[in-house]
Write a protein that binds this ligand. Structure first.
Ligand SMILES: [Zn+2]
Ligand SMILES: [Zn+2]
Length: 307
């Protein structure tokens, strides 16, 4: 599936290459131009180097899990099934306890509530958040945890590299003021190169840091409000439609179709649905957690229906 996505979305491939390049460039600059010159005589060199590389390792682990994991694809039917009856009999479906199950008009799968079709993956994804080119995959029910962890470690790595670069730059300026002129003139060609690397890494860290923190915040809000961006947009449109139709016609707004509201759950329970039932420490690790059974719906088995 990952290879197929690469063929369908060249932008996703470029973003993947850019991500790996940015990570390895940051590691190269931090070790070669920050830690070795500024902290080579102390234990801080090893300590900062180990912690920074551990963060990068976790970042790459979470990223690869988000890229290669199944986001929650709804299985395609084995045989071509005529769903025309089901499409027109939503009330009958409700009676059978299948409320919210729909048939996708594009891939023709019989999908659970909150599943949406992704045009890039060309499949329906359970609790689809969005298709992210940075992981070249959909963010859905089964890989949202890895995606959020990837954002978290990218934010941490950006902040850490900013602190290291600024402190090394300050150390360099102090040394230049107190150091002898001969040594300074010897270092002049490489000095420009070092400053260029510092500036590039700072710009990279600020851009990626701000970008991932905004998405990280959006992801947490979407979890604790139990509403994906697709659902937020759909609900906003429905409210707008309802307001315009109630003002233009005499139909009372209470008689208009109402979107299915999700059960109100505690914030911690909603977070556990994404990050698993383990301790908060486990939430930071890209470990597999048992898939949640939202609202008692088991996705592996299709409900009983007539065809
Ligand atoms: Zn579909
Ligand atoms: Zn997708």
């Amino acid at each position: 599936m990952a290879v197929l996505r690469c063929r369908r979305d060249p932008c996703g491939v470029i973003c993947l290459i850019l991500t790996y390049f940015s990570v390895f460039y940051a590691d190269y600059v931090v070790i070669q131009y920050v830690l070795i010159p500024a902290y080579s005589d102390s234990v801080w060199c090893t300590l900062h180097g180990s912690v920074f590389n551990l963060i990068l390792l976790l970042l790459l682990a979470c990223h690869s899990k988000a890229v290669f994991s199944d986001p929650g694809m709804v299985p395609l039917p084995d045989t071509a099934i005529d769903f025309s009856d089901l499409r027109s009999q939503s009330s009958r479906m409700n009676e059978r306890g299948c409320e919210g199950w729909t048939v996708c008009s594009r891939c023709e799968t019989y999908r659970p509530p909150r599943a949406h079709h992704c045009r890039v993956c060309q499949r329906c994804i359970r609790r689809m958040d969005h298709h992210c080119p940075w992981i070249n995959n959909c963010v859905g029910e089964l890989n949202q945890k890895y995606f959020i962890q990837f954002l978290f470690y990218t934010g941490m790595a950006s902040l850490y590299s900013m602190v290291l670069v600024v402190s090394a730059w300050v150390w360099r300026i102090r040394n230049e003021r107190g150091g002898d002129a001969e040594k300074e003139s010897e270092e002049t060609p490489s000095k420009h190169l070092i400053v260029a690397h510092y500036i590039i890494l700072l710009v990279e860290s600020v851009l990626f840091g701000v970008f991932v923190m905004v998405i990280f915040y959006d992801q947490l809000v979407s979890i604790i409000t139990d509403e994906t961006p697709i659902e937020q947009m759909r609900n906003r449109l429905m409210i707008k439609d309802r307001a315009s139709s109630s003002s233009s016609s005499s139909t009372p707004s209470s008689q208009l179709p109402h979107h299915p509201s999700h059960t109100r759950k505690p914030k911690l329970a909603l977070l556990r649905e994404v990050f698993g039932r383990g301790s908060v420490f486990c939430w930071l690790l890209p470990l597999h957690s048992s898939p949640p059974s939202v609202g008692g719906i088991t996705y592996s088995a299709l409900p009983d229906y007539d065809v």
